[in-house]
Design a protein around this ligand. Structure first.
Ligand code: PEP
Ligand code: MG
Length: 583
């Protein structure tokens, strides 16, 4: 059999080579038995027992996950418990058993199918996501009704790469990290729960492979490259060797990186920079600390508003922000106010469909129009600010007027707290994200009214090059090394320094080793990135002098195309760290 190369969506980085384990759909076929009038109460009580048993199982699982992975991941199971309490579902099952006189297993599976088909037709994204919860719980109930046990991913006897059509949150949560060395699913996107969990478990994963379960067989040797989204089945000896070398490189790099964890992020000639983490959930605190971050450079708070029906309250947000402040003590934690919109939709607000959501009513524009929502968040941040080194940062600022309006709201929030006699840090530092070209071009003006800048290159690149960051057809044009991007970044850093404020970057660009040398040379003070990249960037920073990085940046600025810059920087990286980046 010659090798098959399959392309999916990269969900969690890393390379693994191993044996495929097909985690197939389980056989929960039910038989359709008629029952007599006298058997009805017995069937109902079997159903009730199954509900109780399922509830107990979920609570045990929830506790286990909360302990091992943090409460955020355990919250998925709150939705599962709600399904168990759904009166409509339960009553429909009971009344149909009474009326139709079929066994409860059959009726329940019919009701489940009906629910799933109704939900799949609903437009609302939030409700749509509930299908997997209902199916997950439904299968559990059915299993208990049928007295079956599923061989779970926690019972595996050897190390495998799991191949599944989909993995439910329960599946992912019970995975034994030492046994499941990688996984691949046919469906799912980058931000599905499964992908998010894979990242926090640090298991290389590829999702959205479409036909993985058809093309891969049990026991096949597979390579999963979670960084590029490639899965290779039955690799040729040449491919196998290539990946084996890469896998080995990653392993030895991980060892090297572990040894510099507690060393400062400084260049060979003593220039100190700050390496911070980007986080999506407050529960990532432990991971951030483990990777030796100097703090949090970007907390994307909009995830707080996702996967739920209601809005987070001031108290709820306060608790989460306070927990961050306390955990990081005097290390800075930058809380970005909600950046809803673009590709981050939430269902609580009845937002109109827009032709160009990335350029639409989003982020700070939305917050300024909804002071109720915005000020609730600002008050929560302010209250938490008395417990540590919190800073606040506004996204999508396009000019000074917008920044001033946001700051006025912050002052109003302070007044409201004062009236309530609640403590907060009156001198909390305020920063602006520079992710719109107009902000970059007027950064000299903005620098007069903030304490720091954080360059959001993910958006800055898409806006300055007019390339939608989510469109794979034009992905080749999305170039962080484009001379226009380099010039904008340089002008923001220079403007910030002229005004004596520090300048950071929280776009993905700052976590790329070759680009980090350039950014260091341009004078960037803070690099904020996913936790898993921090040590790699620290290693790069510690291997170069600031003098050399400046010379590299000067050279790069003279080049005329993104490709030239990229090639040049890759070459320089190889020279700096030949053992790691040399071919
Ligand atoms: C950015 O735009 O670079 C950024 C960090 O914000 P987000 O990716 O959340 O839009
Ligand atoms: Mg952005």
């Amino acid at each position: 059999m010659s090798e098959i190369i399959l392309k999916g969506i990269p969900a969690a980085p890393g390379i693994v080579i191993g044996k495929a384990y097909i985690y197939g759909k389980e056989d929960l076929d039910v038989e359709k038995h008629p029952i007599t009038e006298e058997q009805v109460p017995l069937e109902i009580s079997r159903f009730e027992d199954a509900l109780i048993q399922t509830r107990q199982e979920i609570i045990v699982l929830q506790k286990k996950i909360a302990f091992e992975m943090g409460t955020e991941h355990a919250e998925v199971f709150d939705a599962h418990l709600l399904v168990l309490e759904d009166r409509m579902l339960i009553e429909e099952v009971i009344s149909r058993v009474k009326k139709e006189k079929w066994c409860i297993d059959f009726i329940f599976s019919e009701v489940l199918k009906r629910y799933a088909s109704v939900f799949s037709r609903i437009e609302d994204e939030y409700l749509k996501e509930r299908i997997s919860d209902i199916n997950d719980v439904g299968r559990r109930i059915l299993r208990n009704l049928l007295g079956k046990k599923r061989k779970g991913l926690s019972d595996l006897e050897e190390q495998v790469i799991v191949i599944a059509h989909d993995l439910s949150p329960s599946d992912t949560a019970t995975m034994h990290k030492n046994k499941v060395i990688g996984f691949v699913t046919d469906i799912g996107g980058k931000t599905s729960h499964t992908a998010i969990m894979a990242k926090s478990l640090e298991i290389p994963a590829v999702v959205g492979l479409e036909f993985g379960t058809e093309k891969i067989k049990n026991g096949d040797r597979v390579i999963v490259d979670g960084s590029s989204g490639v899965v290779i089945v039955a690799p040729d000896i040449e491919t196998y060797r290539k990946y084996e070398v890469q896998e080995e490189k990653i392993r030895s790099l991980t060892e090297v990186l572990g040894s510099i964890r507690d060393l400062p992020s400084e260049t060979k000639d003593g220039k100190l920079v700050s390496l911070a983490a980007n986080i999506e959930f407050p529960e990532e605190i432990q991971t951030v600390i483990q990777h030796g971050a100097d703090g949090v450079g970007l907390y994307r708070t909009e995830y707080f508003y996702m996967n739920r029906k209601d809005l987070p309250t001031e108290d709820e947000q306060y608790e989460a922000y306070k927990n961050l402040a306390v955990s990081f003590k005097d290390k800075p934690v930058i809380i970005r106010t909600m950046d809803l919109g673009g590709d981050k939709f939430i269902s609580q607000f009845d937002l109109p469909k827009e032709m160009s959501p990335f350029m639409g009513w989003r982020a700070i524009r939305f917050c300024l129009a909804r002071p109720d929502v915005f000020k609730t968040q600002l008050r929560a941040i302010l209250r938490a600010s008395s417990f540590g080194n919190l800073k606040v940062m506004f996204p999508m600022i396009s000019g000074i007027e917008e920044l001033r309006k946001a700051k006025v709201m912050l002052e109003e929030a302070k007044e409201e707290l004062k009236a309530r006699r609640v403590a907060y840090n009156d001198r909390i530092e305020v920063g602006a994200m520079i992710e719109v070209p107009s902000a970059a071009l007027t950064s000299d003006i903005l620098s007069q009214e903030v304490s720091f800048f954080s360059i959001g290159t993910n958006d800055l690149i898409q806006y300055s090059l007019a390339v939608d960051r989510t469109n794979e057809k034009i992905a080749y044009l999305y170039e962080p090394t484009h001379p226009a991007v380099l010039r904008l970044v340089k002008s923001v850093i220079d403007a910030g320094h002229k005004a004596n404020i520090w300048v950071g970057m929280c776009g993905e660009m700052s976590g790329e080793p070759s680009l980090a040398i350039l950014l260091l040379g341009l004078g960037l003070d803070e690099f904020s990135m996913p936790s898993a990249s921090i040590l790699e960037i620290k290693n790069v920073i510690r291997s170069v002098t600031y003098v050399k990085a400046r010379a590299i940046a000067d050279e790069a600025l003279k080049l005329t195309t993104g490709f030239e810059v990229e090639t040049f920087l890759n070459q320089k990286l190889k020279e700096v760290l030949p053992d790691i980046y040399g071919s």
